[in-house]
Ligand binder design. Structure first.
Ligand SMILES: Nc1ncnc2c1ncn2[C@@H]1O[C@H](COP(=O)(O)OP(=O)(O)OP(=O)(O)O)[C@@H](O)[C@H]1O
Ligand SMILES: [Mg+2]
Length: 297
């Protein structure tokens, strides 16, 4: 299911004194199976944009297409079908947990569709395993007796249980410790690779956007300010900073490193800017060090 937006705008509370235009003239095309990151300063319109992708908000201007679904629509009928395909995990999804057990909570979306109970049970177990929670250990616990990171996983399982073709995650690691952060993003990356789902990650972390996504959209004041591969986007530091963002730490390191090579007239060749993983960076430096040793021998 491809996603296409043509000149989409969104105005909150139109026609009231609280009217506020949050999105302007957004056009984009996301092919099935891609891993996309949306970055942008707070209030830039990221959450507004992704809430349109599953029909929670309808464009007030322009047209949005997700597979065969076209928005805006006059009647809300049929929207549940769109929501089965487009799974959206909100910012702080654990606030939406409400059932008495983890199993019931994860099953919630399925109970509204006529799925036979045995199938519900096996899909819930599968979703819990996908997010790294053993069903036999966690299934019967109250979601409120879990840690923040575990609650986050339960909420994600509740989205994955629907087996959506498109998975949208609004800051899934906000407030988690570094280990929880790594583990959730690693999990999302694995799920993306295994199932070839479209994955859309909203994040404030330039590192995560660069490391995981194939393609980035940078939002600024309700508009798409930049787009491209991480390498393309982060090669324009001035434009990134103008949008109130920063470069990934690794990119800043490479820029300094290359400047130093130039200043000192070193025989090291400059590092390429398409490196976003520490392990790749180490490898590139090691290659240069080996080369240098040979030369000086
Ligand atoms: N329900 C609403 N009514 C009116 N204005 C809203 C509403 N929700 C959001 N806005 C405004 O729309 C703009 C975009 O908000 P949005 O939540 O999309 O930003 P965001 O990029 O997700 O920010 P953050 O990084 O803080 O989550 C903001 O200026 C916000 O104040
Ligand atoms: Mg937001």
């Amino acid at each position: 299911m491809d996603i296409r937006l043509e000149h989409v705008g969104y105005t909150y509370a139109r026609g009231t004194p609280f009217e506020y235009q949050a999105l302007y003239d957004v056009s984009l095309h996301i092919p099935q199976g891609k891993y996309i990151a949306i970055i942008g300063h707070t209030g830039s319109g990221k959450s507004t944009l992704i809430q349109m992708l599953n029909g929670l908000l309808q464009p007030t201007e322009g047209v949005l297409k997700v597979g065969d679904f076209t928005l805006p629509v006059k009647k809300q009928k049929g929207m549940e079908k769109l929501r089965q395909h487009v799974g959206l995990a909100f910012q702080y999804p654990e606030y939406q947990l409400f059932e008495e057990t983890v199993r019931k909570d994860v099953a919630f979306g399925l109970t509204n569709m006529e799925v036979p109970p045995e199938l519900v049970s096996s899909r819930v177990s599968e979703a819990l395993r996908l997010v790294g929670l053993k069903p036999e250990e966690y299934g019967d616990k109250s979601p409120f007796a879990l840690s923040g990171g575990q609650m986050r996983r339960v909420a994600l399982a509740g989205v994955l249980v629907m087996n959506p073709k498109i998975l949208i995650l609004d800051e899934p690691t906000a407030g988690l410790d570094p280990a929880g952060h790594r583990s959730i993003l690693g999990m999302i990356d694995r799920i993306h690779a295994e199932e070839k789902r479209t994955t859309i990650l909203v994040t404030h972390s330039m590192e995560d956007a660069a490391r995981y996504a194939d393609y980035l959209y940078v939002m600024n004041n309700g508009r798409i300010w930049m787009e491209g591969t991480p390498e393309d986007v982060f090669q324009k530091p001035d434009k990134i900073q103008e949008a109130g963002l920063d470069l990934p730490e690794i990119t800043r390191f490479i820029a300094r490193f290359n400047r130093r090579i130039e200043e000192t007239g070193s025989s090291f060749s400059p590092l390429p800017y398409n490196i976003f993983k520490p392990e790749t960076l180490v490898e590139e430096i090691a290659v240069r060090m080996r080369g240098k040793r040979r030369k000086t021998r």
